[in-house]
Design a protein around this ligand. Structure first.
Ligand SMILES: [Mg+2]
Length: 442
């Protein structure tokens, strides 16, 4: 199973996974199944890459087929053995020779492009490992980072520089792993890298409609405090107005009653506003009494719910159990408020995700994020949804930004602001502290 947007390690076959047949210092492909030998260290190497989440795709030129020296049946038997011995996801083969002028024969990147299309891979964050110039050139042409296992064959080198030269597959895996340790390659570089769904939190109509134009905003949430801040007086009119524009993505509206019966009636009314409406029910009323009895009844009756203001894992467990088997529901845990109390929200949210995911149709929301990094944290623990306020959403444009450039821009900001303020130094206080030798003073 390769998830869309995954990163791959493309592996050449002969000399990388199985022993190449060396003649005159040049590598060749094994001719028989018996000559197809996979050294014992290969499985551990590939398992390490697999553990790091890479799709493993073999890309190999087998021109002996076009040259009439090899049969496809023998190659296919080799690949059955290869896939039985090693955790590779797919084996893509070019059977052509130079004269065929195909797109798939390395050094052309056709096989890598084919894999990208088949599995929706992210080539810019993928690697190629090969032992010949054609491998490196194909990997570079596809926009991957390339690892050249240099066995000192008696042949030309790559015409484009590999990212690194190593002397074995183990060395290649260690280099890729060391980059992972740096985390640079784990950084998401675009919104499409996220599995977690971004919901916009707000109550300002113009801002909501603006965000609605972005396909990566998958839903909306509101709450009475945001509405008050936006100056909304007529709750129902506001909601119906928004729903006349946003009818195809989930949107949550909250009950505001404190009494359970009144809460129930409000929930039914709000649910009737639209198919895409989730009714937000706070986990307790203002007296601290659980609302899960009301929630259970509504959920069983087909009302989609967003249970909100949870902060403790016991609340998550009780909510998930109460809504089990009911209508689709969201469990909204206020990770930011947990962090505000000095507690790390990540282990709490991870445990919450495990609890919620035991129940089909139920999703976990990372609510009240404080910074953009929370989106990355939510994504990494398989949280389903993160609700983000506009100030967090606008930082999405900074994803993966070069830190040195960002540093320079920060200094530019200080400089510009100082200039705009017309700051000057008068020199009046210069002699108050004795200063040592300075530039130009002997
Ligand atoms: Mg090779």
């Amino acid at each position: 199973m390769i998830r869309p947007g995954a990163r791959a390690v493309f592996l050449d076959r002969d000399g990388v996974l199985n022993q190449a047949l060396i003649s005159d210092g040049k590598p060749g492909a094994p001719r028989t199944v018996d000559e197809f030998v996979i050294p014992p260290d290969r499985a551990a190497c590939l398992e390490e890459l697999k553990r790091r989440g890479f799709a493993l795709i073999v890309v190999t030129n087998q021109p002996d087929v076009a040259r009439g020296r090899q049969s496809i049946a023998v190659i296919e038997e080799m690949h059955r053995r290869l896939q039985a011995a090693l955790p590779v996801d797919d084996v893509l083969v070019c059977f052509h020779d130079e004269a065929d002028n195909c797109q798939c024969r390395k050094p052309r990147p056709g096989l890598l492009i084919e894999a990208q299309r088949k599995y929706d891979l992210d080539l810019s964050r993928s690697f190629l490992i090969g032992d010949r110039w054609k491998d490196v050139d194909a990997g570079n042409a596809a926009g991957c980072r390339t690892v050249f296992i240099d066995y000192n064959y008696n042949e030309r080198g790559p015409s484009t520089e590999p990212s690194v030269r190593v002397s074995s597959l183990r060395g290649a895996v260690e280099w890729i792993s060391s980059r992972e340790m740096n985390k640079e390659d784990l950084l998401p570089h675009s919104i499409s890298d996220f599995k977690v769904k971004l919901f916009a939190d707000g109550a300002d109509k113009a801002a909501m409609l603006e965000l609605y134009r972005n396909p990566w905003i998958k839903g909306f949430t509101t709450n009475p405090t945001l509405m008050r801040a936006a100056g909304i007086r007529d709750y129902e009119a506001f909601a119906l107005d928004i729903l006349s524009s946003i009818s195809d993505r989930p949107i949550s509206f909250e009950v505001f009653a404190d009494d359970p019966d009144e809460m129930y009636q409000q929930a039914l009314e709000i649910a009737g506003w639209g198919e895409n409406v989730y009714v937000k029910i706070p986990i307790t009323n203002t007296k601290g009494e659980s609302t899960l009895g009301v929630a259970r009844e509504l959920s069983r009756g087909g009302v989609k719910l967003n249970i909100t203001a949870l902060l403790a894992l016991d609340q998550v467990r009780d909510t998930a159990n109460a809504l089990d088997g009911g209508a689709p529901a969201c469990v909204s845990v206020f990770a930011g408020r947990i962090a505000d109390t000095g507690r790390d929200p990540v282990p709490v949210m991870k445990a919450a995700a495990e609890l919620v995911h035991q129940h089909p149709g139920m999703e976990l929301i990372w609510a009240s994020p404080r910074e953009l990094f929370n989106v990355i944290q939510a994504d990494s623990i398989d949280c389903d949804i993160i609700t983000a306020t506009p100030d967090v959403l606008k930082k999405l444009s900074l994803l993966g930004k070069d830190l040195l450039e960002y540093s320079r821009e920060t200094v530019q900001m200080y400089y510009d602001d100082a200039r705009k303020s017309g700051f000057t130094l008068t020199g009046k206080a210069r002699s108050q502290v004795a200063i040592g030798p300075v530039r130009g003073v002997k």
